[in-house]
Design a binder for this molecule. Structure first.
Ligand SMILES: Cc1cc2nc3c(=O)[nH]c(=O)nc-3n(C[C@H](O)[C@H](O)[C@H](O)COP(=O)(O)O)c2cc1C
Length: 412
């Protein structure tokens, strides 16, 4: 049974104490983790170069990846003072329920390669913190197991292009108990991740001497994640890209299993809306007109995203598109966002521009690699503590009270 974390009673993160009051003492390897970026540095040392490249990389020139970070510098904060912020709460309503913070864990495929049972680690940490965890359809752990570990997790699907396969997949997702379905639409084909190939990573994974050496020279990962997985659970398979178990990670069949996604059009969304009874969210939207179409086809929300800069190089950072999308859909529609969020102030900036919720990807993946569930919990605590501190510095009691009035365009 998990010890729930209260994100509203956070102590200041420091090198020895956990950022969450009442939590177990911090494992030694987490003591130097003071910001989400610290997890990236630690994961770079711990993971084989190929695995780290898969998680950290963008595509082609990495322009979209870097733009996701620099987008946050286009505004300065204008704080308000003497506002009595002593009763601050991070609690945030989204899609009919209340979460403990305005952020969640973005879906990440193959998370069980960087952390032992990576999806479960993220799912359990998110459940303990009462934040949403989006389970990837490209995952190596069965969706039924993740739903059992966290009944509030959302399921992200890369739906195949064929209607009968879509329907069968949705039936399985519903049977597993998921209530929120996220359909990712920015992957008609895979982005050109040449950086992965340069670092020795491919999907399906191709065994090579170089890959073996990469593993041997990272013994903590080799024993703690790779061999432990193989010995206890056998060769990982893509478990959730369709209604039945997919191909093993090393099989060239894996690619074919994903189906013809470049056939997808709005009629497929209409079909999913008819078949899926729970909340339906479209992920990977950037154009205001597409966001409006998603709403008109019955989507309950959209996640603005350029897929962490991993798909179309040079695709606009979602933060830059946010004001136009919110203007197109009005202030009440659940517009969510991801891409490059690393600080509490980043999360608050998106809320100030009209987003209802923010998702964070890579840092939680690194945190799981560094210290499993404790690592992800710690990362959640750090981000929540930053938001809580910045709410006081901005003069607000609730995340939703941050508005465009707290920002000005940065000049010079
Ligand atoms: C290793 C990795 C795997 C990903 N796999 C998926 C996936 O399976 N489905 C999906 O919709 N997005 C996937 N994404 C994109 C993320 O959901 C998210 O859009 C992006 O990582 C957010 O940017 P951030 O990592 O800078 O926070 C993946 C991203 C990474 C880094």
């Amino acid at each position: 049974m998990q010890t729930p974390i209260s994100l509203d009673t956070l102590a200041t993160p420091c090198t020895t104490a956990p950022p969450v009051r009442g939590a177990a003492p911090l494992p030694r390897r987490l003591r130097g983790m003071l910001s989400l970026d610290d997890f990236e540095d630690a994961a770079r040392r711990l993971l084989p170069r190929s695995v780290f490249a898969y998680v950290s990389g963008g595509c082609e020139t990495n322009r979209a990846l870097h733009a996701n970070r620099s987008a946050f510098t286009q505004y300065d904060w204008v704080p308000r003072v003497l506002a009595d912020t002593s009763r601050r709460s991070l609690a945030t309503a989204l899609l009919g329920r209340e979460y403990a913070a305005p952020f969640g864990i973005a879906p990440m495929g193959i998370s069980a390669l960087s952390a032992y049972r990576g999806d479960l680690v993220q799912a359990r940490a998110a459940a303990a913190a009462n934040i949403p965890m989006l389970m990837s359809g490209s995952s190596l752990i069965r969706m039924e197991e993740v739903a059992a570990a966290n009944p509030d997790a959302w399921f992200q699907a890369y739906v195949p292009g064929e209607p009968e396969r879509i329907e069968a997949l949705l039936e399985r997702v519903a049977r597993a108990g998921f209530r929120t379905l996220v359909v990712t639409v920015d992957l008609p084909v895979s982005g050109n991740r040449e950086n992965n190939l340069r670092a020795g990573f491919s999907s399906p994974l191709r065994p090579s001497l170089r890959l073996a050496w990469d593993g041997i020279t990272h013994p903590r990962w080799l024993w703690g994640t790779a061999l432990r997985t193989l010995l206890r659970h056998g060769m990982p398979h893509f478990e959730n890209s369709q209604a039945t178990r997919g191909a093993p990670m090393l099989s060239s069949q894996a690619l074919r299993d994903f189906g013809a996604r470049d056939h997808l059009d709005w009629s497929h969304l209409a079909l999913m809306r008819r078949r899926w009874k729970g909340a339906l969210v479209l992920k990977g939207v950037l154009h205001p007109e597409d966001a409006r179409k998603a709403r008109d086809h019955g989507a309950d929300g959209v996640i603005l995203s350029n897929h962490g800069g991993r798909q179309l190089d040079g695709a606009a950072p979602a933060l830059r598109m946010l004001p136009d999308v919110v203007a197109a859909l009005g202030p009440d529609y659940p517009v969510m966002i991801d891409g490059g969020f690393r600080r509490g102030s980043d999360v608050l900036m998106a809320l100030a521009l009209g987003a209802k919720f923010v998702f964070v990807g890579r840092p939680f993946n690194y945190a799981g690699a560094v210290a499993g569930e404790a690592g992800v919990r710690h990362a959640i605590g750090i981000l929540a503590a930053e938001i809580r501190r910045n709410m006081a510095l901005l003069g607000v009691q609730r995340p939703a009270e941050v508005t465009r009035e707290h920002l000005r365009e940065a000049t010079g």
